[in-house]
Design a protein around this ligand. Structure first.
Ligand code: SF4
Length: 403
């Protein structure tokens, strides 16, 4: 069976377990994918996850989910996918058969998040995904601005995180002992290549002689492709990483603080030269900060990907910044600016772009323009980072924000 718009089939529950939602060193839930675990609200109603990944995969909760997805029943645990599809957005399930032509039930993929260790602190991110936010939270507390940044981001700026600091868990021990079975290893963070524990896990794959038969699929900020990381990556069968960019030049530097675009560009070129890339993926989190940078971004990724990587296939996944009512959400831009941003790119070929125009159309349909809230999120972070949006962003956005 294949996942298609007219059915409810998804391949993930037939092959994959996601291990992502922690309370310190205690795992809170197993899910088949990261789409289900992003909200962290135990969608499959686990009471006890003190079991191994294979035991979870064989549990009645997974059995029921598989049966529903085969029987055209929209299981409520998958509401993220159903909601996206209702909005005309292509959901994750439609791409769940990336390596398989036939469907069969057998645990062979694991998707992990082990820590919030990261070298960056991007504007759309938070403490749950980067340990670097700790300093900034102290800054906001010291200046009595924590309430304001939490309001401006619609509570996407938590003061505390439950992410673990170590991989001392039965689940990861199980994975280290079963590298032969798990042929696709996915990871997100934090930044996976910044986390020694992930690099250790990759070395276990190498030591067990299983790297050569395993595909790696990491969500990475693409800044850390140094000699060691490249040498580890080239030992694996295929690489199918998704590189997060969100803009080029000054817009990149404003969002992906405190990295420089020049250093990112050098790191990306090193990665693109590898011969075991399966397909090049880019992830672009669409916000008011970068909506006028899409044209330059598209020219950049087209030229660098075809130039460096011998015309390998590439895809760009556009996703609106969450939550959809935070200050920098594109829903909070006025409709005339959303239409200008859309007109900027309509003449460009978009066959490699997933959910670009549909995301802008969705913001026009659900428009809730709010200059004050957008300006508040932008200027609070400017203050904490000693930046000034007028130096980095598109003049049309600056004009609307300051008039
Ligand atoms: S349908 Fe969506 S939420 Fe459900 S398992 Fe598949 S990708 Fe995950």
């Amino acid at each position: 069976m294949k996942p298609e718009k007219h059915n409810t089939y998804c391949d993930y529950p037939f092959k994959q377990i996601a291990i992502k939602n922690w309370n310190k060193d205690k795992l809170l839930e197993y899910t088949p994918c990261c789409m289900m675990s992003t909200s962290g609200d135990n969608k499959m109603n686990w009471e006890n996850v003190n079991i191994t990944p294979i035991e979870a995969f064989e549990n009645e909760r997974f059995e029921k989910l598989r049966l529903d997805l085969l029987s055209n029943i929209k299981n409520e645990s998958c509401e993220t996918c159903w909601n996206q599809e209702d909005k005309g957005i292509e959901s994750a399930r439609l791409y769940s058969q990336e390596y398989d032509t036939k469907s069969f039930s057998n645990l062979r993929q694991i998707d992990i998040t082990l820590s919030n260790k990261c070298n960056l602190m991007c504007r759309m991110c938070n403490y749950g995904n980067s340990h670097n936010f700790k300093k900034e939270i102290s800054f906001f507390k010291k200046h009595n601005l924590l309430d304001q940044i939490q309001y401006a981001t619609s509570d996407y700026y938590p003061e505390k995180t439950l992410m673990p600091n170590s991989t001392n868990s039965d689940q990861i021990d199980w994975l280290k002992n079963n590298t032969r079975k798990i042929k696709v290893l996915k990871a997100s963070g934090g930044e996976p290549f910044y986390d020694d524990q992930i690099c250790q896990l990759l070395n276990v794959y190498v030591d067990n002689d299983d790297a050569k038969s395993t595909i790696l699929e990491f969500d990475t900020n693409g800044t850390l492709f140094n000699d060691d990381v490249i040498s580890l990556n080239e030992k694996f069968k295929f690489l199918n990483h998704s590189i997060s960019i969100d803009g080029v030049n000054s817009v990149y530097e404003y969002i992906r603080y405190p990295h420089t675009f020049n250093d990112f560009n050098k790191s990306l070129k090193r990665y693109l030269k590898l011969n075991n890339i399966f397909c090049v993926h880019y992830a672009f989190v669409l916000s008011s900060l970068n909506i006028f940078n899409i044209r330059d971004f598209l020219f950049y990724v087209r030229s660098i990907t075809s130039f460096v990587s011998n015309n390998k296939d590439f895809y760009i996944n556009f996703e609106k910044v969450r939550p959809y009512d935070r200050g920098t959400s594109i829903n909070l831009l006025p409709i005339y600016l959303l239409e200008e941003a859309k007109n900027d790119i309509l003449d460009l070929e978009q066959k490699n772009c997933k959910n670009l125009i549909s995301s802008i159309d969705d913001a026009i349909l659900n428009n809730n323009a709010n200059k004050e809230k957008m300006l508040l999120e932008i200027t609070l972070l400017d203050k904490a980072r000693n930046q000034n949006f007028k130096k980095y962003l598109d003049k049309r956005l600056i004009k609307w924000l300051t008039k």
